[in-house]
Design a binder for this molecule. Structure first.
Ligand SMILES: [Zn+2]
Length: 248
Protein backbone atom coordinates (compact mmCIF):
# COMPACT_ATOMS: atom_id res chain seq x y z
CA UNK A 1 0.00 0.00 0.00
CA UNK A 2 1.35 3.40 -0.91
CA UNK A 3 0.34 6.61 0.81
CA UNK A 4 -0.37 9.14 -1.91
CA UNK A 5 -2.19 12.40 -2.30
CA UNK A 6 -5.17 10.29 -3.37
CA UNK A 7 -5.51 8.58 -0.02
CA UNK A 8 -4.23 5.40 1.50
CA UNK A 9 -5.13 3.07 -1.32
CA UNK A 10 -2.68 1.66 -3.78
CA UNK A 11 -2.31 3.46 -7.07
CA UNK A 12 -4.37 1.82 -9.79
CA UNK A 13 -4.32 2.17 -13.55
CA UNK A 14 -6.44 4.95 -14.99
CA UNK A 15 -10.13 4.15 -14.60
CA UNK A 16 -10.88 5.62 -18.00
CA UNK A 17 -8.87 4.43 -20.96
CA UNK A 18 -7.06 7.10 -22.94
CA UNK A 19 -9.35 8.95 -25.28
CA UNK A 20 -8.26 10.01 -28.78
CA UNK A 21 -5.53 12.46 -29.55
CA UNK A 22 -5.44 16.17 -28.93
CA UNK A 23 -5.70 18.29 -32.06
CA UNK A 24 -1.93 18.72 -31.92
CA UNK A 25 -1.38 14.97 -31.94
CA UNK A 26 -0.55 14.28 -28.30
CA UNK A 27 -2.49 11.54 -26.51
CA UNK A 28 -5.37 12.73 -24.37
CA UNK A 29 -5.98 11.22 -20.95
CA UNK A 30 -8.52 11.96 -18.31
CA UNK A 31 -8.43 10.58 -14.83
CA UNK A 32 -11.70 11.20 -12.97
CA UNK A 33 -9.86 10.82 -9.67
CA UNK A 34 -7.32 13.56 -10.35
CA UNK A 35 -7.16 16.27 -7.74
CA UNK A 36 -8.74 19.55 -8.81
CA UNK A 37 -6.30 22.46 -9.16
CA UNK A 38 -7.66 24.03 -5.97
CA UNK A 39 -7.16 20.82 -3.98
CA UNK A 40 -3.72 20.29 -5.48
CA UNK A 41 -2.71 23.79 -4.39
CA UNK A 42 -4.03 23.07 -0.91
CA UNK A 43 -1.92 19.87 -0.75
CA UNK A 44 1.17 21.89 -1.72
CA UNK A 45 0.59 24.73 0.73
CA UNK A 46 -0.29 22.32 3.55
CA UNK A 47 2.96 20.49 2.78
CA UNK A 48 4.91 23.75 2.88
CA UNK A 49 3.37 24.47 6.28
CA UNK A 50 4.45 21.02 7.54
CA UNK A 51 7.95 21.78 6.22
CA UNK A 52 7.97 25.07 8.14
CA UNK A 53 6.61 23.39 11.27
CA UNK A 54 9.26 20.67 11.02
CA UNK A 55 6.35 18.20 10.97
CA UNK A 56 7.32 16.42 7.78
CA UNK A 57 5.41 13.26 6.91
CA UNK A 58 8.09 12.18 4.46
CA UNK A 59 11.18 12.22 6.63
CA UNK A 60 11.74 8.55 5.86
CA UNK A 61 11.84 8.67 2.07
CA UNK A 62 12.72 5.03 1.69
CA UNK A 63 12.99 3.10 -1.54
CA UNK A 64 9.68 1.57 -2.63
CA UNK A 65 10.17 -1.13 -5.24
CA UNK A 66 6.42 -1.41 -5.85
CA UNK A 67 6.40 2.04 -7.47
CA UNK A 68 8.13 0.52 -10.49
CA UNK A 69 5.00 -1.44 -11.35
CA UNK A 70 2.58 1.45 -10.90
CA UNK A 71 1.72 4.24 -13.33
CA UNK A 72 2.77 7.74 -12.40
CA UNK A 73 0.02 9.82 -10.84
CA UNK A 74 1.65 13.10 -9.75
CA UNK A 75 -0.95 15.53 -8.42
CA UNK A 76 1.02 18.62 -9.52
CA UNK A 77 3.64 19.64 -12.04
CA UNK A 78 6.22 22.10 -10.73
CA UNK A 79 8.62 24.11 -12.87
CA UNK A 80 11.31 25.37 -10.54
CA UNK A 81 14.83 26.74 -10.52
CA UNK A 82 17.86 24.44 -10.30
CA UNK A 83 19.11 26.44 -7.28
CA UNK A 84 20.39 23.96 -4.68
CA UNK A 85 18.47 25.80 -1.97
CA UNK A 86 15.07 25.09 -3.55
CA UNK A 87 14.47 21.31 -3.40
CA UNK A 88 10.85 21.15 -4.51
CA UNK A 89 9.76 17.85 -2.95
CA UNK A 90 11.29 18.82 0.40
CA UNK A 91 9.88 22.34 0.66
CA UNK A 92 6.40 21.00 -0.19
CA UNK A 93 6.89 17.92 2.02
CA UNK A 94 6.00 15.47 -0.74
CA UNK A 95 7.32 12.03 -1.51
CA UNK A 96 7.92 9.62 -4.34
CA UNK A 97 5.38 9.86 -7.14
CA UNK A 98 3.63 12.98 -5.81
CA UNK A 99 5.15 15.69 -8.01
CA UNK A 100 6.37 15.90 -11.60
CA UNK A 101 9.25 18.34 -11.21
CA UNK A 102 11.12 20.17 -13.96
CA UNK A 103 14.10 22.16 -12.67
CA UNK A 104 16.29 24.39 -14.77
CA UNK A 105 18.28 27.53 -13.96
CA UNK A 106 15.92 30.48 -13.72
CA UNK A 107 12.94 28.15 -14.44
CA UNK A 108 13.19 29.27 -18.06
CA UNK A 109 10.51 28.05 -20.45
CA UNK A 110 12.71 26.42 -23.08
CA UNK A 111 11.06 24.17 -25.71
CA UNK A 112 12.15 20.96 -23.96
CA UNK A 113 10.63 22.31 -20.73
CA UNK A 114 7.31 22.97 -22.45
CA UNK A 115 7.49 19.47 -23.93
CA UNK A 116 8.11 17.93 -20.50
CA UNK A 117 5.11 19.74 -19.04
CA UNK A 118 2.92 18.86 -22.02
CA UNK A 119 3.91 15.22 -21.56
CA UNK A 120 2.96 15.17 -17.89
CA UNK A 121 -0.28 17.13 -18.35
CA UNK A 122 -1.44 14.92 -21.21
CA UNK A 123 -0.32 11.54 -19.86
CA UNK A 124 -0.93 11.55 -16.12
CA UNK A 125 -4.17 13.49 -15.70
CA UNK A 126 -2.36 16.10 -13.60
CA UNK A 127 -4.42 19.27 -13.35
CA UNK A 128 -2.06 21.83 -11.81
CA UNK A 129 1.15 23.43 -13.05
CA UNK A 130 3.08 25.69 -10.68
CA UNK A 131 5.89 27.95 -11.91
CA UNK A 132 7.98 28.41 -8.77
CA UNK A 133 10.37 31.34 -8.62
CA UNK A 134 12.48 32.15 -5.59
CA UNK A 135 14.18 35.08 -3.93
CA UNK A 136 17.90 35.74 -4.47
CA UNK A 137 17.85 33.80 -7.75
CA UNK A 138 21.29 33.75 -9.37
CA UNK A 139 19.90 33.44 -12.90
CA UNK A 140 17.73 36.51 -12.36
CA UNK A 141 20.65 38.41 -10.83
CA UNK A 142 22.91 37.49 -13.77
CA UNK A 143 20.27 38.72 -16.21
CA UNK A 144 19.76 41.98 -14.32
CA UNK A 145 23.51 42.51 -14.26
CA UNK A 146 23.76 41.79 -18.01
CA UNK A 147 21.02 44.34 -18.77
CA UNK A 148 22.51 46.98 -16.48
CA UNK A 149 26.07 46.54 -17.74
CA UNK A 150 25.30 45.77 -21.36
CA UNK A 151 27.55 42.74 -21.13
CA UNK A 152 25.95 39.33 -21.23
CA UNK A 153 27.60 36.08 -20.11
CA UNK A 154 30.43 34.91 -22.35
CA UNK A 155 29.11 31.37 -22.61
CA UNK A 156 26.40 31.10 -25.23
CA UNK A 157 24.93 28.26 -23.19
CA UNK A 158 24.52 30.50 -20.15
CA UNK A 159 23.12 33.17 -22.47
CA UNK A 160 20.51 30.57 -23.52
CA UNK A 161 19.25 30.95 -19.95
CA UNK A 162 19.59 34.72 -19.48
CA UNK A 163 18.24 35.49 -22.96
CA UNK A 164 15.02 33.72 -21.97
CA UNK A 165 14.70 35.87 -18.84
CA UNK A 166 15.79 39.25 -20.22
CA UNK A 167 12.66 40.10 -22.29
CA UNK A 168 10.49 39.53 -19.22
CA UNK A 169 12.39 41.93 -16.95
CA UNK A 170 14.12 44.42 -19.21
CA UNK A 171 11.48 47.18 -18.91
CA UNK A 172 11.52 46.78 -15.13
CA UNK A 173 15.32 46.91 -14.91
CA UNK A 174 15.60 49.93 -17.21
CA UNK A 175 13.00 51.90 -15.25
CA UNK A 176 14.09 50.55 -11.87
CA UNK A 177 16.20 53.61 -11.25
CA UNK A 178 16.92 54.03 -7.59
CA UNK A 179 15.25 50.80 -6.49
CA UNK A 180 17.36 48.88 -4.03
CA UNK A 181 18.96 45.95 -5.82
CA UNK A 182 17.19 43.33 -3.67
CA UNK A 183 13.83 44.96 -4.41
CA UNK A 184 14.64 45.03 -8.11
CA UNK A 185 15.70 41.38 -8.05
CA UNK A 186 12.50 40.34 -6.32
CA UNK A 187 10.25 42.32 -8.64
CA UNK A 188 12.20 40.94 -11.61
CA UNK A 189 11.70 37.39 -10.35
CA UNK A 190 7.95 37.98 -10.02
CA UNK A 191 7.75 39.50 -13.50
CA UNK A 192 9.63 36.52 -14.90
CA UNK A 193 7.34 34.05 -13.11
CA UNK A 194 4.25 35.82 -14.46
CA UNK A 195 5.65 35.90 -18.00
CA UNK A 196 6.57 32.21 -17.74
CA UNK A 197 3.02 31.36 -16.64
CA UNK A 198 1.67 33.36 -19.58
CA UNK A 199 4.06 31.59 -21.94
CA UNK A 200 2.86 28.18 -20.78
CA UNK A 201 -0.80 29.21 -20.95
CA UNK A 202 -0.57 30.59 -24.47
CA UNK A 203 2.65 29.29 -26.02
CA UNK A 204 1.57 25.66 -26.09
CA UNK A 205 -1.48 24.61 -28.04
CA UNK A 206 -1.88 21.48 -25.94
CA UNK A 207 -1.67 23.30 -22.60
CA UNK A 208 -3.92 26.11 -23.79
CA UNK A 209 -6.51 23.56 -24.88
CA UNK A 210 -6.42 21.90 -21.46
CA UNK A 211 -6.73 25.27 -19.69
CA UNK A 212 -9.66 26.36 -21.87
CA UNK A 213 -11.38 23.02 -21.20
CA UNK A 214 -11.06 23.64 -17.46
CA UNK A 215 -8.85 20.59 -17.01
CA UNK A 216 -5.64 22.39 -16.12
CA UNK A 217 -4.62 25.46 -14.14
CA UNK A 218 -1.22 27.13 -14.46
CA UNK A 219 -0.22 29.42 -11.61
CA UNK A 220 2.84 31.29 -10.39
CA UNK A 221 4.36 31.13 -6.93
CA UNK A 222 7.48 32.31 -5.12
CA UNK A 223 9.62 30.60 -2.51
CA UNK A 224 11.28 32.84 0.07
CA UNK A 225 14.74 31.58 0.91
CA UNK A 226 14.63 33.85 3.96
CA UNK A 227 11.54 32.26 5.55
CA UNK A 228 10.98 28.93 3.79
CA UNK A 229 7.46 29.98 2.86
CA UNK A 230 5.79 29.64 -0.55
CA UNK A 231 3.41 32.38 -1.68
CA UNK A 232 0.99 32.01 -4.58
CA UNK A 233 1.09 34.84 -7.11
CA UNK A 234 -2.16 33.85 -8.85
CA UNK A 235 -5.69 32.90 -7.93
CA UNK A 236 -6.58 29.26 -8.45
CA UNK A 237 -9.89 28.32 -10.06
CA UNK A 238 -12.27 27.46 -7.24
CA UNK A 239 -14.13 24.31 -8.04
CA UNK A 240 -15.28 21.09 -6.47
CA UNK A 241 -13.49 17.79 -6.49
CA UNK A 242 -11.66 16.21 -9.36
CA UNK A 243 -14.68 14.45 -10.76
CA UNK A 244 -15.60 16.83 -13.56
CA UNK A 245 -16.65 14.80 -16.57
CA UNK A 246 -14.37 14.86 -19.59
CA UNK A 247 -15.38 17.41 -22.12
CA UNK A 248 -14.54 15.29 -25.14
ZN1 LIG B 1 17.17 30.55 -9.19
Amino acid sequence: MVLTAFGDRACVPLAVPPTPLHACGMPRTWDPESLSPAKAVRFLLDGNQRFLDKASTHQARTFQAELADQPQRPFAIVLGCADSRTPVEILFDQGFGDLFVVRIAGHVVAPSVVGSIEFAASQFGTRLVVVLGHTRCGAIAATVQAIQSGNGPESRNIRAVTDRIAPHIEPLVRTGGASAQQVLLRESMRAHVRASVDHLRHGSRLLEELVLAGRLAIVGAEYELETGRVHLLDDVPNEGGGTDPPSG
